[in-house]
Design a protein around this ligand. Structure first.
Ligand code: ADP
Ligand code: MG
Length: 836
């Protein structure tokens, strides 16, 4: 609640805010005989406190004074009204936003299918999608919404704490959404399912509520669909650390490793590209053509980079302008962006891609150049935002105001002579207005003049007033008020002029962001160590000397990263990788998955060459992270994710399976790993990378024609293990676990004991790993259900022709019991059937 120079909170709000903000809780007045708890923050520092409240998950309603305190007739409280609700999903202030990430509000409607609509109030992005409930976790993982509006019945899993207030879908959703963009029907914008339209209407309604009725600038809703994008489920996104690392940091992500953007909007665009790799080779090639051309045109590239440097975040500035929350620097941001766009367009003359969006009506740039003062004050209330000479009336008001100041200077001299007090000053005082300030020695002298009234004594002097000063005070403050009011008016017209071009400016900002990403790609490719991948419609996969961008970055300076080839051509599309712990298996697997993402996002790939057939779905089951918070064991998580892969992977998919079956006993794990490998090979027929420390698995390779066993090369040197980080065809001879234990610093005696135990075990267990029952016979491509089925066996044993009606009846009951699965019944039933 705005109270003059403070925002104050009362009652329970005050108690919550005082502890959340760590500010003093006091009391003011009383209510029903009880003191009213109160706390407050100064208006000039409010944004920082707001940021803290939002980050701690609170929503804030801001009530402003709707009339000026000064010159008001009548008593009683000032008129106040809530002008805004500040919620995590509807922020516009830079201090509340992460520059490099979108801040999305997601609305969900319906049950099955669902409609989703997400928008970013700060940049104007607005997209929708129809989806099945099963695909919701993947969507949430991709969008990372700041706030979610969803039916109460819809479970949000890990995202539950982002749930916003419960709101019903407004009636007549399609018409409402269309009307918000001045159209009669949504058809003009694309094809939306009824639930997409409902979700879009819900999102708009919520934003309108939070902004107290005004709708911020938003692009027309776009039905995004995922048809054009590689499918990445939530587990895959997390395990590959694309835009967010497992520990929540941003430093070790793919985004950080490949990001060479120089603007905030460019960084957001790059994150969106990596988050949604494309499926259309043409669209991918268009991006590649962009940065390939830049690589060849070093002058153009240098010019573009110079233009981009220092481009402000105009998308977010436009967002603030559209909700009337703009600071002067937001207009400056527009002016600087227009200048940058002109420079970029000049640098890119002759480029093979369309840069028409960089051209915005030059009249706007010219208007801003004339209107904005230089230097520009931080706040419109500071005055002096509009340059002299732009508006005649404003100039006149200012002259009047400044004249009065000259009058005061004259008056000071005048009074000093009249009263014989040289040190006398005329000062402006908040409560008293203009007063004469005189030092202690002069006070008695001044009190003898009847036209002067003593207004206030001070420790070292006193303040006097007279009729002339009172009149002057009125005139000056009126002139200043009029100048300030005029300036606000002019400011508003300039804002309107900018908003009239909002669509063109938005397109221009998007074009600059895209160019920033392209120059970032060119930067990566500049050294010649990142290649332009050949992306094809088929299921090819040959990467020569590929590297892991994040691990390579981490090794920079210490050792050099060992590149590896990866060939998943049709007749060898399942790559089984064995090798000891720490040999580099996981790194090789992840780098392959990252290559797919980079290639289809249109980026260069860290390899000598790459031929990549479009991957429609990417699954990565890497590492065994416990999910204790949800009460599921490592093994359960692993199996749940494996089930998802087996259900969804197809011939165009890429599947990465790392160390499956580690969470259970050795034999269990080995059996499950083999069964999954078989299913991926025979059923899903996807390109597969399968890493395991069960080196026995490689023995089964002969059974699976498209499987190629590979191993991480390891050398033994003076009894210790040395990892070469090289992927080679063939099988690992042994597991080296004991050597790794030694490497890790397990005491020598323990290592020796383990080595002798291992030798003993190897002698007693099997003659050779190939004797394992797993590989006993030829394995068909697909075994529907290999488990023995007691019911079927019992049925087979029944001979109806030789049964009495009584026996037939008994048998029927036993079979029924068998089907119900009772162990007793099984035994009894088998006996019964046999005798029958
Ligand atoms: P594994 O999965 O076989 O246990 P990792 O892939 O986790 O092994 O790799 C272990 C460590 O080895 C990595 O953290 C990295 O430091 C190093 N490493 C992996 N691959 C390479 C490589 N190709 N070149 C150099 N170092 C590597
Ligand atoms: Mg590993």
């Amino acid at each position: 609640m705005r109270m003059g120079d403070f925002y104050e909170l009362f009652f329970a709000d005050a108690e919550v805010a005082a502890s959340a903000l760590d500010i003093v809780l006091t009391h003011r007045g009383e209510h029903g005989g009880v003191p009213i708890p109160m706390c407050g923050v100064p208006v000039h520092a409010a944004e920082a406190y707001l940021a803290r409240l939002i980050r701690r998950g609170y929503r804030v309603a801001v009530a402003e004074q709707m009339e000026a305190a000064r010159g008001r007739v009548g008593k009683g409280p000032l008129k106040r009204a809530v002008v805004r609700l500040v919620t995590p999903g509807t922020l516009t202030e830079d201090s509340l936003l992460e520059a490099h990430r979108p801040n999305l509000l997601l609305a969900l409607a319906g049950t099955n299918p669902l409609g989703a609509a997400w928008l970013d109030v700060s940049t104007g992005l607005f997209e929708t999608q129809a989806l099945l409930p099963a695909d919701l976790p993947a969507l949430l993982g991709r969008l990372e919404p700041a706030e979610i509006l969803a039916p109460a019945s819809l479970a949000l899993g890990d995202w539950q704490d982002r749930r916003g207030p419960a709101m019903g879908v407004p009636p007549d959703a399609e018409r409402r959404v269309a009307a918000a963009f001045g159209a009669a029907s949504l058809d003009a914008f694309g094809t939306f399912s009824p639930m997409e339209a409902a979700a879009a209407a819900l999102a708009l309604e919520y934003v309108r509520t939070t902004q107290a009725g005004t709708l911020p600038r938003l692009s027309r809703p776009q039905p995004a669909g995922t048809s054009g994008q590689m499918l990445l489920d939530a587990a895959t996104r997390t395990s590959l650390e694309i835009t967010r690392a497992r520990d929540g940091s941003a430093a070790t992500t793919l985004l950080a490793a490949v990001g060479r953007t120089v603007t905030a909007a460019g960084a957001r665009t790059l994150a969106a590209w990596l988050g949604g790799p494309l499926l259309d080779p043409g669209a991918i090639a268009a991006r590649q053509d962009g940065w390939s051309w830049m690589l060849l045109q070093s002058d153009a590239l240098a010019g573009l980079r110079a233009a981009l440097r220092g481009v402000p975040d105009v998308q977010r500035a436009l967002g603030r302008l559209s909700v009337g929350r703009a600071a002067p620097r937001d207009l400056l941001a527009v002016a600087q962006t227009l200048a940058a766009a002109r420079a970029a367009a000049a640098a890119l003359l002759g480029a093979p891609f369309d840069v028409a969006a960089l051209e915005v009506d030059p009249a706007l740039a010219e208007l801003l150049a004339r209107a904005l003062a230089d230097p520009l004050p931080a706040r419109i209330d500071d005055g002096g935002v509009i340059a002299a000479g732009y508006d005649g009336e404003l100039d006149a008001e200012r002259r009047l105001r400044d004249d009065s100041r000259r009058v005061i200077a004259g008056l000071t001299l005048d009074y000093a002579q009249r009263y014989g007090v040289a040190s006398l000053k005329i000062k402006h005082h908040a409560q008293l207005g203009y007063v004469i300030e005189a030092p202690a020695v002069a006070v008695e002298k001044l009190r003898t003049h009847p036209e002067l009234t003593l207004r206030q004594g001070m420790a070292n002097g006193a303040r006097f007033g007279n009729a002339e000063l009172a009149e002057l005070d009125r005139r000056i403050s009126e002139a200043a008020d009029r100048a300030a009011a005029r300036e606000r008016l002019v400011f508003a017209t300039v804002v309107q002029a900018v908003l009239a071009q909002a669509e063109a400016l938005g397109a221009c900002a998007a074009a600059l962001a895209r160019l920033d990403v392209l120059q970032s790609c060119a930067r990566l490719a500049e050294g010649g160590r990142w290649c332009r991948p050949h992306v094809t419609e088929d299921d090819a996969w040959v990467v020569r000397a590929g590297r892991h961008p994040v691990v390579e970055g981490a090794l920079a300076g210490t050792g050099s990263f060992v590149p590896n080839d990866c060939d998943l051509s049709a007749d060898r599309r399942v790559l089984l990788l064995t090798g000891p712990n720490m040999a580099g298996k996981s790194t090789f697997l992840r780098q392959t998955a990252l290559h797919a993402i980079l290639a289809q996002a249109g980026l260069p790939v860290p390899a000598e060459s790459a031929r990549i057939g479009i991957v429609d779905r990417l699954f990565s089951r890497v590492g065994a992270a416990d999910d204790l918070a949800r009460g599921r064991s490592t093994f359960m998580v692993e199996m749940t994710e494996t089930a998802a892969i087996l259900h969804q992977a197809g011939p165009r998919s890429l599947v990465i399976v790392d160390e499956i079956g580690r969470g259970t006993s050795t034999l269990d794990g080995l059996a499950i790993a083999w069964a999954v490998l078989e299913a991926l090979h025979g059923q899903a027929r996807c390109r597969t990378l399968f890493a395991t420390h069960f080196h026995e698995l490689a023995q089964g390779a002969a059974q699976l024609p498209r499987l190629r066993p590979h191993t991480m090369r390891v050398k033994e040197w003076r009894g210790a293990v040395v990892f070469l980080h090289e992927v080679a065809e063939g099988a690992a001879g042994r597991s080296w676990g004991v050597h790794v234990a030694q490497l890790a610093g397990v005491p020598a005696a323990t290592v020796r004991r383990a080595a002798s135990l291992l030798a003993a075990l190897e002698k007693t267990r099997h003659g050779s790993p190939a004797d394992l029952p797993l590989f006993a016979g030829p394995v068909p491509d697909f075994v529907p259900d290999a488990l023995p089925d007691p019911l079927r066996a019992a049925m087979d044993a029944v001979d109806p022709d030789r049964m009495t009606p009584r026996e037939a009846m008994d048998t029927l009951y036993r079979l029924k019991a068998l089907a119900a699965g009772s162990a007793d019944a099984v035994t009894a039933g088998e006996h019964g059937v046999a005798s029958a």
